[in-house]
Design a protein around this ligand. Structure first.
Ligand code: GLA
Length: 765
């Protein structure tokens, strides 16, 4: 009987619905998601709902069904809530509290988005907070940030200053986030959240994504799945210290994110405005994959420099020659790389410094003039070589840094971050020190490093901008003593100023963000950069894990992935060249080795692989990512694919991660294809040109590829045997002996397929 009544009510409810707009509520919507805020003048701003899109006439249904909340949207310390606060201000009279009420609400269209601005004022003090929600209209992404200002007679001290706050109902919530270490950055971790707090943070001042990354996903209905389930994704667009906090109680989960306030109390002067970085959130009903694809599209369209321009295939000199730089050697590298089909050569560390030659990592940073002994023809000589070999030219710099052994430090010791009355702390090589970018003179200097190089050598197409130190000494010779606690914030404001100037003057320059590897992979720095160096660890097996983690939030077009030498320099592992290429070809392909060390057979393979990448480049760099089998599930294989927006082409990757006799390997079901279309499978990188795998040229419908999948079991096994046979011919005996003993070498295998839509329906399979 009860059931019957319920059914009865639900059936008739739509007829009784009134279309009246819900007064006092503000709807912030993207194509598929909405936030509802309750913003009544004179009352506190309340956060009521975040989830699937609702229309204005459905707002009351959300409240009636009680899927919403009615909690402070931007909780302030002292009056609004005891649970959590996003803003804590201490007034000059010692009052530690705020009490904010809504003063004004505006909604305006801006490029591809709707900007909602809610102005809140303190009931008593002349203190204003403007809260922004930018809802993108082509992507499910909402950015939020605040601007804090006041007209009090004396400065107000900000003790917390978060960018935003979201609330969700507590369920079986799991978090996916990235953690790591140098050489193992951005490894994916997933855990169930229980009552209490989960914190993602960084405090090193500079290299902010080496250990944690300011990004996360929250699955609200159980263990996160790749292509189904409700998942929220968030990221803080800041390249300095951050703190992202999940505060979990029995009934709800507060998400709060902003600049890490630790050691950063901010003295806000009257009429000064403090703007927080943007905190961006997306909401997907199609699992982690949906979240990643939203981030990738958002990055390419709005957050990445040149997000719609194909990236060149480059050779970076670092692991090939390290500091052993000379004109002949570089010319030879460029020549070899060009013959392989490469497009850009990057001269890494070791090219500069005269009084102190940069021969190790312990001198010369700041002395950005070419070393005349190593490179007597100067940068001109390198550019001439690049021209001769018909490739572009790029240069490594580390402009925020210096060494105690450098002319720059001798001239400007006051430009270095340092603690008053204490000896300098030093980093890499026992001599590396950090410039004080809070100082406008230092900002001018850093700008001039790039400006001078670009003015003299406008042919420079690319720069790798490195930062190999955290902030060692907490102290700025430039900031006044009462504002020393602004250091972590002012440093990054200074850096942003410089980057703004560079981008304004050199909009075409391609910039890579590097910080001792993957230490600067964040949406705070990316708007100025085209890509990031994913990790100093170039071991392809470990890269499968690293790149998988990074792919959760950052797009393949920006993920620099380089093929490096056999016997990897970081892990000592031997992996087949094919495996190394197949892994690097799932990102922005590059190489980081001495091409002359390759055998003729390896060169022939490399040529074919580079050629193949040129063909799939638009799919990898602009397509939609579908992760198929996670390496973190330890199934012995990992698999992923990219699908072109028109679904007429796709690239599929499968990597065999370890090998046991008769091991069970799952079939892999593809995703993102059109079930109605037929696809021709092409083996893109067969080890031997004329021996593609058994799937080559098969024509299979999207439906079968997605519902039944393909059996990797036989495919990987066969290739594995043929791979070993051909390897034995091309490597020397000593290496072969070592290699066959090495488990990973003999077990790693990969397949890279390109599918393309067969338009003629008559083709059978
Ligand atoms: C850092 C980078 C490397 C390389 C070296 C050069 O470690 O991550 O790729 O550029 O510096 O010193």
């Amino acid at each position: 009987m009860r059931k019957f009544i319920c059914l009865f009510v639900i059936c008739f409810l739509p007829i009784a619905t009134t279309l009246r707009a819900w007064e006092g509520n503000v709807l912030v919507s993207t194509p598929n998601t909405s936030i509802i805020l309750s913003a009544t003048e004179g009352q506190q701003l309340r956060f009521s709902y975040f989830g699937e899109r609702v229309e204005e006439d459905q707002i009351h249904q959300v409240f009636d069904a009680w899927t919403g909340f009615h909690r402070p949207a931007y909780p302030v310390f002292g009056t609004s809530t005891y649970e959590i606060s996003a803003l804590h201000a201490v007034h000059a009279d010692g009052n530690q509290t705020l009490d904010l009420i809504v003063d004004q609400v505006e909604q305006n269209p801006v490029k591809d988005a709707v900007l909602t601005t809610i102005t809140m004022k303190d009931r008593i003090y002349p203190f204003t907070v403007k809260m922004y929600y930018k809802a993108y209209q082509h992507i499910d992404m909402i950015e939020t940030w605040v601007e804090v200002s006041h007209k009090e007679k004396k400065a107000v001290v900000l003790k917390r200053f978060d960018s935003g706050h979201f609330l969700i109902r507590r369920g079986d919530v799991w978090i996916s986030s990235l953690h790591g270490h140098w050489g193992a950055e951005n490894m994916l971790e997933e855990e169930k959240l229980t009552n209490g707090q989960k914190v993602i943070s960084n405090k090193d001042g500079m290299v902010n994504t080496e250990t944690d990354n300011p990004s996360f996903m929250l699955s609200i209905d159980g263990k996160p799945q790749e292509e189904y389930g409700h998942i929220l994704g968030g990221t803080l667009a800041w390249t300095g210290n951050y703190l992202l906090k999940m505060d979990i109680t029995n009934t709800k989960l507060n998400i709060i994110a902003g600049i890490n306030e630790e050691n950063s109390h901010y003295k806000l002067e009257s009429k000064e405005t403090f703007k927080t970085p943007e905190f961006a959130m997306t909401y997907s009903t199609s699992g982690k994959g949906g979240v990643s694809r939203a981030f990738h599209r958002w990055a390419r369209m709005y957050k990445l420099s040149h997000g719609n321009v194909e990236r060149d295939i480059l050779l970076n000199s670092w692991e090939g020659v390290y500091f052993k730089v000379n004109q002949e050697g570089m010319d030879q590298m460029m020549k070899s790389f060009s013959a392989l089909g490469g497009e850009l050569f990057v001269m890494d560390d070791g090219w500069f410094g005269n009084k102190y030659s940069r021969d190790r990592g312990d001198s010369s940073l700041g002395d950005w003039t070419v070393n005349k002994k190593k490179l007597p023809l100067g940068i001109e000589g390198l550019i001439a070589s690049a021209k001769k070999h018909k490739i572009k030219f790029g240069l490594w710099i580390e402009p925020e840094m210096s060494n105690t052994k450098s002319e720059l430090f001798e001239k400007h010791p006051e430009w270095i971050l340092q603690c008053k009355n204490r000896p300098l702390s030093t980093g890499r090589g026992g001599t590396q020190i950090v410039l004080d970018l809070t100082n406008p003179e230092v900002q001018d200097f850093v700008f001039s490093v790039i400006d001078n190089l670009m003015t003299h050598y406008p042919e420079i197409a690319y720069m790798k901008w490195d930062a190999n130190s955290c902030m060692l000494d907490y102290g700025s010779p430039y900031l006044p003593k009462e504002k020393q606690s602004h250091l972590y914030i002012e440093y990054h404001r200074g850096l942003n100023n410089v980057l703004e100037r560079i981008r304004a003057k050199y909009p075409q320059l391609i910039l890579q963000a590097c910080a001792g590897g993957g230490g600067r992979i964040n949406y705070g720095i990316l708007p100025y950069f085209d890509e990031f160096w994913t990790s100093d660890d170039t071991d392809a097996l470990q890269r499968v894990y690293l790149q998988w983690g990074v792919s959760c939030f950052y797009p393949a077009i920006a993920m620099a992935a380089h093929v490096s030498a056999d016997k990897n320099h970081q892990t000592g592992r031997y992996l087949p060249l094919k495996f190394r290429f197949d892994v690097a070809m799932s990102g922005r392909l590059g190489m980081e080795m001495q091409p002359e060390d390759m055998t003729e057979a390896d060169k022939e393979f490399t040529q074919r692989a580079i050629q193949a990448y040129k063909g799939i480049r638009p799919i990898v760099q602009f397509g939609d990512l579908y992760r198929l089998i996670s390496p973190y599930e330890n199934k012995g294989v990992a698999s992923l694919m990219y699908v072109a927006p028109e679904k007429d082409r796709a690239v599929f990757y499968a990597y065999k991660m370890n090998h046991f006799i008769n091991m069970t390997i799952p079939n892999v079901k593809m995703n993102g294809l059109d079930p109605q279309k037929k696809y021709q499978l092409i083996d893109l990188t067969p080890l031997s040109k004329n021996k593609p795998c058994s799937l080559h040229n098969k024509i299979i419908s999207g439906k079968i590829l997605m519902e039944k999948g393909i059996a990797l079991q036989t495919l990987l096994k066969n290739e594995y045997y043929s791979l070993r046979a051909s390897r034995s011919k091309i490597i020397n005996k000593k290496l072969m002996k070592m290699a066959t003993k090495n488990f990973s070498w003999s077990s790693a295998f990969s397949i890279l397929l390109c599918t393309q839509n067969i338009k003629k329906e008559s083709v059978s399979f």
